[in-house]
Design a binder for this molecule. Structure first.
Ligand SMILES: NC(=O)c1ccc[n+]([C@@H]2O[C@H](COP(=O)([O-])OP(=O)(O)OC[C@H]3O[C@@H](n4cnc5c(N)ncnc54)[C@H](O)[C@@H]3O)[C@@H](O)[C@H]2O)c1
Length: 336
């Protein structure tokens, strides 16, 4: 199978190596706005460089978009118009209204689109979801989802990110929906801009917490920071009336217990999304090759991603206005 890859930055270069290693991918055609990034991947993996977007789309069976967020709508729609199945990194667009516009145009075609919410492919998250579905947790009442980065991404990335809720917490919002099968109806979000002055200057925050109310009354607590010196901490905890389960509670969890005699966790702390989610990224890209082959539907649709995006919009407004926000306040109605 011939796969295209557009965007060869932090995650794109990582996806390039994963794609090149999949037995189903025999040709990898790559592009990036920066020629040096292309040369590096061509030299390292024997990929082919595309001369233009049109040339790339004409030469592949499916395309992976890992370019900067600003470029996602245009690249998704170009691929769909060319009839080429697309995998696009999260988020779909800078804000949910623009993502909803992409959704309307994608739904008007039969071309499959998969969005890169990689945690849906994490073994622990999958097991946590199964525990909810089986009923073994009893009445689920609280979901805690945590994403803590060791250090902020580069200032240039932050400037185009749309803020912490749209860029980082959106993973937690997606996973709360995924594991519970419920929709968020109300949020209250707060945050602080401790750290680099770039956060306050851009109206963003470096640390945030959002309380989510789901449509069955279950509560979600989403906790994020750009400053978690001990490592990359991604955890999901589900508390029910009969049992509690946690994904990410393993030896490499970047937390130090201060209890006397307790040595857990004892492993080298995760430092980045690459080492925490390597198998999940591989599984989601392998799933995309099945989507391209027509043997499975998209496991994470644009509609899913738009819903996570509305939660991010509600949190952004809640933070700004310091009040609870209901989802219907921010959601643009979808025309019939
Ligand atoms: N799923 C995840 O865990 C995860 C992790 C990191 C990043 N991401 C997402 O992936 C995207 C990229 O993030 P990153 O950290 O790799 O950013 P980055 O800034 O390191 O890389 C972005 C790359 O895209 C290229 N680019 C920008 N516009 C382009 C265009 N129109 N055509 C071709 N190339 C273009 C840039 O030259 C750069 O090489 C973001 O949308 C981000 O939200 C997802």
């Amino acid at each position: 199978m011939r796969i295209g890859l557009i965007g060869l930055g932090r995650i794109g270069a990582f996806h390039a190596a994963t794609l090149a290693d999949l037995s189903t991918v025999d040709t990898l055609v790559v592009a990036d706005a920066v020629p040096a990034a292309v040369e590096k991947v061509v030299a390292a993996l024997g990929a082919t460089a595309a001369g233009s977007l049109e040339e790339l789309l004409a030469a592949v069976d499916g395309v992976v978009v890992a370019a900067a967020t600003d470029a996602h709508p245009k690249l998704i729609l170009a691929a769909v118009e060319a009839g080429v199945p697309v995998f696009c990194e999260k988020p779909v667009a800078r804000d949910a209204a623009e993502a909803a516009d992409v959704l309307r145009r994608v739904e008007a075609s039969a071309v499959p689109v998969q969005i890169g919410y990689n945690r849906r492919f994490d073994a622990g998250v999958v097991a946590a979801r199964a525990a909810v579905i089986s009923g073994e947790l009893g009445r689920l009442h609280t979901v805690r989802s945590t994403t803590m980065d060791p250090a902020p991404p580069p200032a240039g990335y932050l400037a185009g990110s749309g803020g912490i809720f749209r860029d980082c917490s959106v993973h937690d919002f997606d996973i709360v929906r995924f594991v519970t099968g419920r929709e968020v109806v109300e949020v209250y979000a707060t945050g602080c801009a401790h750290g680099d002055p770039v956060f306050a200057a851009s109206g963003d925050v470096a640390t945030a917490t959002a309380v989510l109310t789901l449509d069955d009354g279950t509560l979600g607590v989403v906790s994020n920071t750009r400053y978690h010196g001990r490592g990359y901490d991604v955890r999901l905890e589900l508390h029910g009336s009969l049992d509690t389960v946690a994904a990410g509670l393993e030896d490499r969890l970047p937390v130090r217990s201060v209890e006397p005699g307790v040595t857990f966790p004892a492993g080298r702390a995760h430092q980045s999304f690459m080492d925490r989610f390597g198998p999940a990224y591989r599984a989601e890209l392998a799933a995309f090759t099945e989507v391209v082959a027509g043997t499975r539907p998209s496991p994470c649709t644009v509609a899913d991603a738009v819903e996570a995006g509305w939660i991010a919009e509600a949190c952004t407004l809640s933070l700004r206005e310091h009040r609870p926000v209901r989802l219907e306040e921010v959601r643009t109605p979808t025309p019939a």
